[in-house]
Design a protein around this ligand. Structure first.
Ligand SMILES: *Cc1c(COP(=O)(O)O)cnc(C)c1O
Length: 334
């Protein structure tokens, strides 16, 4: 019985083609700037997203941290959504390591932050206040795709108010595939973008931060400072390059599987939030622990939460979705 792990799209195993690409990658010492595979990954992704430079880092958390620290000085603040990864799920790193104050704001149902709310939160130039310096958005946000018109408004707004605009694009490619646009149509609105290779793209490790030459120069110094300067990292970057070439278009399969899962659960009477990309949120109330145990017996790994998140990815097939729906059905009728 193959195990179906729906906790996250981080759980994927490198595909055979990806492993071959990793084995074959030419390598050098990346701290000296001499790893050809890392250099190629950085240039490829930066070019694709419309930026002058890129920086390969071990994790999305580090990528966002370096982005925030490269934009903000000590005593500056960034404006961010209450549920955003850069605020809630990164150990408070911007504040702890960067001395950057977060200004979290309530978010709208579509994953955006109302720009009138952002405007009201921007602090006047007054020594009582931290200096408002940056707006950080996330796309996809809990599986939701931010509307392109909103991104254009946010870009214009930040220009008017002297804020930089950063995107936590951990799942940028899920957004671009869903919209059927080039990723540049999204990233063109931002001053910097962080992309995860280790989520739906299926690489074992790695993120890339993209921005201008001086911005990435600053981030490169900070990467060394926080211990993220890796040596023959091309063995990992090769997985990212392979993913960009072979595992982007297939994200639409994950989206279709998520929709099929949602449809099946709705048919069973569950309350399921509308699906946009590869995440299904279902209300399981106080049944979370029992459901998790029931599914575990059938080789299906779930998180346990009343608002249960299930994530599809390249190790979840169509047949797997049928098995999951059957497991929910047998739980319901038990
Ligand atoms: C996973 C994730 C990150 C951080 O990635 P890690 O590689 O796990 O540190 C950042 N932002 C979002 C939205 C994520 O989902």
């Amino acid at each position: 019985m193959t195990v179906i792990d729906l906790r996250s799209d981080t759980v994927t195993q490198p595909t055979a083609g990806m492993r071959d690409a990793m084995m074959a990658a030419p390598l050098g010492d990346d701290v000296y700037g001499e790893d050809p595979t890392v250099n190629l990954l950085e240039a490829t992704l930066a070019g694709q997203l419309g930026f002058a430079a890129g920086l390969f880092v071990p994790t999305g958390t580090m990528s966002n941290l370096l982005g925030l620290m490269a934009h903000c000085e000590r005593g500056d603040e960034y404006i961010v959504g209450q549920q955003a990864h850069t605020y809630k799920y990164e150990g408070g790193g911007a504040a702890v390591l960067g001395s950057i104050q977060p200004q979290p704001l309530e978010m709208e149902a579509d994953g955006s932050i109302d720009l009138a709310r952002v405007c009201a939160a921007i602090k006047q130039d007054d020594f009582h206040f931290a200096r408002s310096r940056l707006l950080a958005l996330e796309n996809t946000m809990q599986g939701k795709v931010l509307p392109l018109a909103y991104l254009a408004s946010a870009h214009e707004f930040c220009g008017l108010h002297g804020l930089a605009l950063h995107l936590d694009g951990a799942r940028l490619f899920n957004a671009s595939v869903k919209l059927g646009v080039a990723p540049r149509a999204i990233t063109g609105h931002f001053d910097s973008v962080s992309v995860c290779l280790s989520k739906g793209l299926g690489a074992p490790v790695g993120s890339v931060l993209c921005g201008s030459e001086p911005f990435i120069g600053k981030a490169r110094r900070l990467r060394k400072m926080v211990g993220g300067g890796m040596r023959q990292a091309g063995v990992l970057a090769a997985a990212g390059l392979y993913a960009l070439e072979h595992q982007v278009a297939r994200l639409s399969e994950d989206h279709a599987n998520a929709q099929a899962l949602a449809d099946g659960l709705i048919e069973l009477g569950y309350s399921v939030e509308p699906v946009q990309t590869n995440m299904v949120y279902v209300d399981v109330g106080d049944q979370a622990a029992a459901l998790k145990a029931h599914c575990a017996e059938q080789g299906i790994i779930l998180s346990a939460a009343a608002r249960l998140r299930m994530v599809t990815h390249l190790d979840v097939s169509c047949d797997a979705i049928t098995r999951v729906i059957e497991a929910f059905a047998s739980f319901r009728s038990a």
